[in-house]
Design a protein around this ligand. Structure first.
Ligand code: PEP
Ligand code: MG
Length: 550
């Protein structure tokens, strides 16, 4: 640990921009501090098994309550996480392994939990797939909960985080994000965290500055030290001197001025210097996102990720359930265009009612429209709900992972048939997400079947560079602002110059790249709700200038 008052400069990778300062709150990972197993006598085995059973029952109940609360108050994606945790916790194989650990090795229930979960977590973390690694995080999450319950600890350490703290942790588990709010947490600094992780998603949606990939951060920074966090540049100053504080204050004032100006103008259209109006939409998943987006001046919803309506359910929602969920989520955006995406689920994000699709390469397997073509009932239910929704909202339908023109033709045929059966006309506009190089280079063939195209640059980057978007080990290959990506955008524009083109991946929310996106012929952007004012402001200072090559 460094000397208490030595000024320290640390750098890392930005996953959510902004400026913040505050006192460090260290959140340690319980499993990393693996105590020596606590040995027990044979006669205590039954008592430990009971102890484990009671703790499991208690947490199961807690998780269900939590899932319901989070679903109502926050985000159904997070609620789904708790429902999944409850299922894992009660998995018969896991329960048996815990009991065998207690009986066979004569260790306490707490020691068994630590040993067994660590084994499972390692197994998952060593696997390549995104689902397996997320499961690793989930295992860690559940084991922390179980260890706390066994130790009689009812309060999660993050529930006690003092307001305005800068949270420092090894990594952030999915469930832990619910304890963070803009009041309690000024910024987040992590040793690990991919740009596609839950922590990243949450931080961006909350507008909370977050820097990751800071090796050994827990060893480097002392608890309670004052820190300045520049998550625009990825720089942290621990124990800053007066001159650092003064410099930082200037940056904060400048940013606040820009932000206030941007906020005031956010409700107005964003028009480029050469007079082209660019729509700035929001990416949403729940009601709170949509509400925040509209307050921040969104011109509509550019990407509604509907997966949440399906996660953590044992049966798929029917048309009316889906319609209710969509209505609830989109309510604040009534009257504005809403781009609703068909289910983008796949082998790496299994649904309980579909079962596990064993694929060696899930990211290249059946996801998005590929899966829906195999499960036409799911597709029909979604389209029926969207058709009904289009009676109340200005709905446009987005097809995820379309890589062949026939992916679109199939959806269009189904939509047309259902529209006739339901007596609904005109049909909502239909467009495809461009998320693979093949799709980008097929725009001409797709043109007759679509009304618009939207680039999902997160996946487009993953598939262009063959670099898993959630695998920190190949982060240096995941370059969503590389020329390669802009070239794909520009080629698409040149192939179909009259087609409305949009970008809804993370790239759209990074101000520095807006001029280049506009030069590629992009006419609308869809970003996390907190970024709308600043992106609109950046557009106002940029040229559309699509005649120049980008
Ligand atoms: C994308 O791939 O860029 C995108 C917007 O979709 P998602 O992040 O939901 O895969
Ligand atoms: Mg995608």
């Amino acid at each position: 640990m460094p000397d208490k008052e030595t000024t320290l400069f640390i750098t890392g990778k930005v996953i959510s921009p902004g400026l913040a300062e505050g006192r460090i709150f260290i959140h340690r990972d319980m499993l990393r501090h693996l105590d020596t197993p606590v040995a027990i006598e044979t006669e205590s085995v039954e008592q430990e098994l009971d102890h484990l059973e009671d703790a499991t029952a208690m947490i199961t109940e807690d998780l269900l309550v939590l899932a319901t609360r989070v679903e109502k108050e926050m985000d159904s994606r997070l609620a789904a996480v708790f429902e999944t945790h409850q299922l894992i916790l009660n998995d018969p194989a896991l329960k048996e392994e815990l009991r065998t650990e207690i009986r066979g090795n004569l260790v306490s229930a707490s020691s068994a939990v630590k040993a067994v979960f660590l084994r499972w977590e390692k197994r998952f973390l060593m696997m390549e797939s995104r689902m397996a690694r997320q499961k690793g995080d989930d295992m860690r999450d559940i084991s922390d909960r179980l260890s706390n319950a066994l130790a009689g600890i009812k309060i999660h350490p993050l529930e006690q985080i003092p307001p305005g703290s800068v949270l420092v942790a090894n990594r952030l588990l999915p469930s832990e994000t619910i304890f963070l709010s803009q009041n309690s947490t000024a910024a987040v600094l992590l040793e690990y965290g991919g740009s596609g992780s839950h922590a990243a998603l949450f931080a961006r949606e909350m507008g909370m500055p977050c820097i990751v990939n800071i090796p050994m951060i827990l060893k480097k920074v002392p608890a309670n030290a004052w820190v300045l966090v520049d998550a625009n540049l990825g720089e942290v100053i621990v124990h800053p001197q007066e001159e650092h504080k003064a410099g930082f204050q200037k940056k904060v004032s400048a940013m606040q001025e820009t932000f206030v100006a941007a906020q005031e103008r956010a409700k107005k259209q964003a028009v480029t210097l050469d007079g082209v109006t660019i729509a700035v939409f929001a990416n949403v998943g729940c009601y709170a996102d949509t509400a925040r987006a509209m307050t921040n001046g969104a011109d509509g919803i550019g990407l509604y990720r509907t997966e949440q309506a399906y996660m953590g359910r044992m049966t798929p929602p029917d048309v009316d359930e889906l319609l209710d969920e969509m209505r609830r989520t989109l309510e604040p955006a009534k009257g504005k265009p809403v781009y609703v995406r068909l289910l983008d689920i796949g082998a790496d994000k299994p649904l309980p009612f579909i079962g596990f699709l064993a694929e060696t390469n899930p990211a290249l397997g059946r996801r998005g429209i590929r899966l829906l073509r195999e499960y036409p009932h799911l597709l029909e239910t979604q389209l029926q709900a969207m058709l009904k929704l289009s009676q109340e909202f200005d709905v446009r339908i987005l097809i995820p992972m379309a890589s062949l023109p026939e992916d679109i033709v199939k959806v269009k045929e189904c939509l047309t048939r259902l529209g006739e059966e339901m007596g609904i006309s005109p049909l909502p506009k239909l467009g495809a997400m461009i998320e693979t190089p093949a799709a980008a280079l097929s725009a001409l063939a797709m043109e007759p079947h679509v009304d618009f195209l939207s680039f999902g640059t997160n996946d487009l980057t993953q598939y262009s560079f063959a670099a898993d978007r959630e695998n920190a080990a190949v982060e240096q290959y995941f370059k969503d602002s590389a020329d390669v990506i802009f070239r794909l955008l520009r080629i698409t524009h040149d192939d179909v110059p009259d087609m409305p083109l949009s970008v809804c991946g993370e790239l759209a929310g990074r101000a520095a790249h807006i001029p280049k996106l506009l030069q590629c012929g992009i006419r609308s952007l869809s970003v996390a709700p907190p970024l709308i004012p600043i992106i609109k402001e950046t557009i106002r200072e940029s040229l559309y200038n699509v005649t120049n090559s980008c």
